[in-house]
Design a protein around this ligand. Structure first.
Ligand code: GDP
Ligand code: IMO
Ligand code: MG
Length: 427
């Protein structure tokens, strides 16, 4: 009956979708609580291969209720397509509910995301251009349109008119582009409302009831701790908090209700988009990881930057999330390496440090200090029991466990649901 938050421990794409799909067999509800369709969660299970951007990765179980909560910004076009695509592939989405408090990603947010990136020139953040930053900006500026508003046509037109007037002044006067037409957008919103009406709910009330019933609930995070706008590599971050703490506000649940916080880590590091990454390998080893792992963005297809496991960053992620446990994914990718490095400290301006600096400029100057371990050099993808894993792999996992400073629950050796080896049970 616990509530478990599953969050990214690095720069996103750690395998949250895979792990949630694996764990969801044992739960009653899965709740996405942050980000938007900038997220791309890959699930490979007996139904096929899926790339989910908004829908929780528990959707493949007929008895699991799935919620897109208030903390997510929802692009109705993407959501509608995702629902349709799943339905076409025989996946039932009638247990999918969307918070009436969730802010919407509007066409002008997507326009502005692109225009802002162009305006940043060489300082571009490398966003996914899905309108996520502008949508979260409007949420706190109180200029957002919320999902529930789609159902009240009169007030919707009024608010949309007010907001669009403001947005169009920015589009035309700052960026010199065409304004967005009110009537067309209003008609579009009405159609979205009709399409989504059966899914809209006060999802926080649903969650409260589930907690009271003693249900087991997963809070599915998006992005990762190092993309968090407070604790990540600011300004090279996303725009909503990816930490477990946001599982409370983003889902509408009190802090004392979360029992466990599980951080997902790749066995090495990747990052997509701009910003510092101390262990990035711009050499053949980095290329080898990218090729072996097919490290290309799930949402944008961009090549991911690859490097060795950064234990300084991982330990920091454990602290800011309050992790009670971890999962290590993609260990099989390291099957091919005779030597594996782990970053255990940084050299910054001639000094050795073991903390994660707040300043992105300082992080750019950090040189990793590595410890080297021997690789296991044997295939692992077929292994299902922890004891059967090569002893050097187990040594590697134990070393990461010590450095991150929390128990490892699962060691993942492949992308499929079944390729997760239990070390310490979560439930
Ligand atoms: P998410 O955003 O955290 O859900 O992660 P993504 O789906 O964006 O990226 C993770 C990638 O790693 C996907 O292609 C997964 O199919 C894949 N993956 C997850 N776990 C493993 C693993 O243990 N081994 C391998 N080889 N691939 C994995
Ligand atoms: P999941 O949930 C990896 C990155 C973008 C960019 C920065 C800001 O799949 O792990 P944004 O569009 O959010 O304004 O972009 O954040 N980013 C991600 N990187 N995985 C993600 O999500 C990401 N979501 C955003 O590449 O660097
Ligand atoms: Mg992803």
């Amino acid at each position: 009956m616990p509530v478990i938050a599953v969050v990214g421990g690095q720069w996103g794409d750690e395998g949250k979708g895979k792990v949630v799909d694996f764990l969801a067999e044992r739960v009653n509800m899965v709740v996405r609580f942050s980000g938007g369709d900038n997220a791309g969660h890959t699930v490979i299970n007996p139904f096929g291969k899926f790339k989910l951007h908004l829908i929780p990765s528990g959707i493949f179980y007929p008895d699991v209720t799935c919620i897109i909560a208030n903390g997510v910004v929802v692009n109705p076009v993407v959501l509608t397509k995702e629902i349709d695509d799943l339905n076409k592939r025989g996946i039932d989405t009638s247990r999918l509910f969307i918070s009436d408090r969730a802010n919407l990603v509007m066409p002008y947010h997507i326009l502005l995301d692109g225009l802002e990136e162009e305006a940043r020139g060489g300082g571009a953040l490398g966003t996914t251009r899905r309108g996520i930053g502008p949508a979260f900006t409007d949420k706190v500026a109180r200029l957002g349109i919320r999902a529930g508003e789609l159902l009240n046509r009169e007030t919707l037109k009024q608010r949309l008119g007010f907001v669009l007037d403001y947005k169009n002044r920015i589009l035309t006067r700052v960026y010199g582009v065409e304004p967005v037409g009110l009537d067309e957008l209003y008609q579009q919103c009405c159609r979205w409302g009709e399409g989504l009406t059966g899914h809209l709910r006060d999802t926080s009330a649903m969650l409260d009831e589930a907690v009271s019933n003693g249900d087991t609930i997963l809070l599915e995070g998006a992005q990762g701790a190092l993309l968090d706008p407070d604790f990540g590599t600011y300004p090279y971050t996303s725009s909503s908090s990816s930490l477990a703490g946001n599982g409370c506000i983003g889902a509408g649940i009190g802090p004392a209700k979360i029992d466990k916080v599980v951080g997902i880590f790749k066995a090495y590091n990747t990052r997509v988009g701009a910003g510092p990454m101390p262990t990035e390998l711009k050499d053949k080893t980095g290329d080898l990881i990218r090729e072996r792992a097919q490290e290309f963005g799930t949402t944008t297809g961009r090549p991911r930057r690859c490097g060795w496991f950064d234990a300084v960053a991982a330990r920091y992620s454990q602290v800011v999330n309050g992790l009670t446990g971890a999962v290590i994914t993609r260990l099989d990718i390291l099957d091919a390496f005779d030597k594996i490095k782990i970053c255990v400290g940084y050299k910054l301006d001639g000094k050795t440090i073991n903390y994660f600096p707040a300043d992105a400029a300082a992080l750019y100057r950090c040189q990793p200090i590595y410890e080297e371990v021997a690789g296991w050099q044997t295939p692992t993808s077929h292994i299902t029991g922890y004891d059967e894993l090569p002893s050097r792999l187990k040594d590697y996992v134990s070393r990461l466990e010590g450095l991150i400073d929390c128990p490892v629950h699962l060691a993942c050796v492949g992308p499929e649901r079944s390729q997760a080896v239990i070390k310490t049970p979560i439930f």
